[in-house]
Design a protein around this ligand. Structure first.
Ligand code: FAD
Length: 419
């Protein structure tokens, strides 16, 4: 009998299992999918690396720093800053997180740009004085309210903050907690956004490598989890003194009955093969016009050339939510908008895949982040981890896994989360 069974081989489950294994415990990870990664998966299609939804690794994530071997991931950085589509052209915004004084200056024609510049600089200075833990326990409002309270102009919010943060939180309304805004602002200002050369799934693959092969069982769907035992689809029963449910929030709620199912943030990503890059630099392009289906796009092969075969480019387009449209219709709407941005070259792109992700992130309005670090012990012998226990991010998922491992080992006297 293993010492612990972990349900789910996403980042949280892998980090938990890795910690337990390193502490000398025998661990078995049960994953319903066919590979490690959960929401961080990459498919190879015709020589292109297609992440299941656009996402990036921030090098400033403390948990990634402590756990991952970045050199082996061969991280490729995005250029800081962004191009913003507005008024029929593209404006460049230098990195507002690291170089706030240049940043707003470079957003040509933005009304109120001087006060905005000073406000960004002031906010950056203030946030740099606090640790992540302090920011995640600070009083909170929604991000939209926080931006208003900081005094940012509507022009800067609509042209930059809404598409940028909307794309990070998958939340165009910016109802997300201001704790997450401060978290993201600080991390973007202290490190780089990157892609591993072999695709985002290189991250969970590296975590899985630190476990013995026999510790990972794929194609194993858990139907019920109680202290001491799990039951698989098909009826097989497996016992262990500690059961850790590392599934996404809604599934963890179903399996344990002890955590609340979070609301979903959804996203759709369209991947296109292009003969040449429409952007020509490793930078995000944000829709600052507040209309059309596209929130942002990026030519991933401009960031990491390994994402496309030689002579081709990979364009990744993010649409927030999952519109109830067939592939051809959403493709048509996206191309129509992008023809306005890049002209007729868009007609020559070929659609590689549409990824619809109805549950991409748990919604994290202020109430969901109270507190930001939520308990991982359900009751004696039953634990949970995942991004629904922490910030909805790679950092949050990984940290929650480590916290659950500590709780299994009795090192964490945190309260239980039973409803
Ligand atoms: C499109 C998209 C973009 C994102 N962008 C970013 C970004 O740029 N930066 C960032 O930091 N974060 C980003 N995230 C968030 C980040 O990917 C997640 O927070 C993180 O991967 C969640 O990991 P997890 O282990 O908590 O959950 P999951 O990855 O959901 O892992 C849960 C695992 O449990 C398995 N499972 C569930 N139920 C069962 C069962 N009954 N039996 C067996 N196995 C089960 C699942 O198959 C899955 O493998 C993004 C997410 C998405 C989807």
């Amino acid at each position: 009998m293993p010492d612990a069974i972990v349900v789910g081989a996403g980042l949280a489950g892998l980090c938990c299992a890795r910690e337990l294994h390193a502490a000398g415990l025998e661990v078995l990870v049960l994953e319903r999918g066919d590979a490690p990664g959960g929401r961080v998966r990459t498919d190879e299609v015709d020589g292109f690396l297609l992440d299941r939804g656009f996402q990036v690794l921030l090098t400033a994530y403390p948990e990634a720093r402590r756990t991952l071997d970045n050199e082996r991931l061969r991280l490729r950085p995005f250029e800081s800053g962004a191009l913003i589509r507005r008024d029929g052209g593209f404006a460049r915004i230098a990195d507002p997180f690291r170089h706030p004084l240049q940043a707003v200056q470079s957003l040509r024609g933005a009304p109120g740009s001087l006060p905005d510049k000073l406000r960004v600089a002031r906010l950056r200075r203030r946030l740099s004085r606090f640790s992540l833990n302090e920011l995640l326990t600070a009083p909170q409002v929604t991000t939209a309210e926080a931006l208003r309270l900081e005094g940012f102009s509507g022009a800067l919010i609509d042209a930059f903050f809404r598409p940028f943060l909307g794309g990070v939180f998958l939340d165009p309304t910016l109802d997300t907690s201001s704790r997450l805004f401060a978290f993201v602002f600080k991390l973007f200002s202290e490190g780089e956004a990157t892609l591993p050369a072999a695709g985002m799934q290189a991250i969970p693959r590296q975590l899985a490598e630190s476990l013995p092969e026999a510790a990972l069982r794929f194609g194993a769907t858990v139907e019920s989890a109680v202290p001491g035992e799990v039951v698989l689809a098909g009826g097989e029963r497996l016992a262990a003194p500690a059961i850790v449910v590392a599934a996404d929030g809604p599934e963890a709620a179903r399996l344990t009955g002890a955590v609340e199912a979070p609301a979903a943030r959804a996203v759709t990503t369209l991947s296109y093969a292009a003969g040449r890059s429409p952007v020509g630099e490793p930078v995000r392009v944000l829709n600052g016009e507040s209309r059309g289906p596209v929130n942002d796009l990026c030519v991933l092969s401009d960031v990491a050339p390994s994402y496309a075969p030689p002579g081709a480019s990979l364009v990744s387009v993010t649409v927030l939510g999952v519109p109830p449209l067939a592939d051809a219709d959403i493709d048509g709407a996206v191309r129509e908008q992008l023809r306005g941005w890049f002209g007729a070259q868009v007609n020559g792109w070929s659609l590689l895949r549409v990824h619809r992700i109805p549950f991409a992130l748990p919604a994290q309005p202020p109430a969901a982040l109270t507190p930001a670090e939520r308990p991982v012990r359900v009751r004696e012998g039953l634990f949970v981890c995942g991004d629904h226990r922490d910030t909805a991010s790679i950092q949050g998922a990984m940290t929650s896994g480590r916290r659950a491992a500590a709780a299994v080992r009795g090192l964490d006297a945190a309260p239980s989360c039973a409803l």
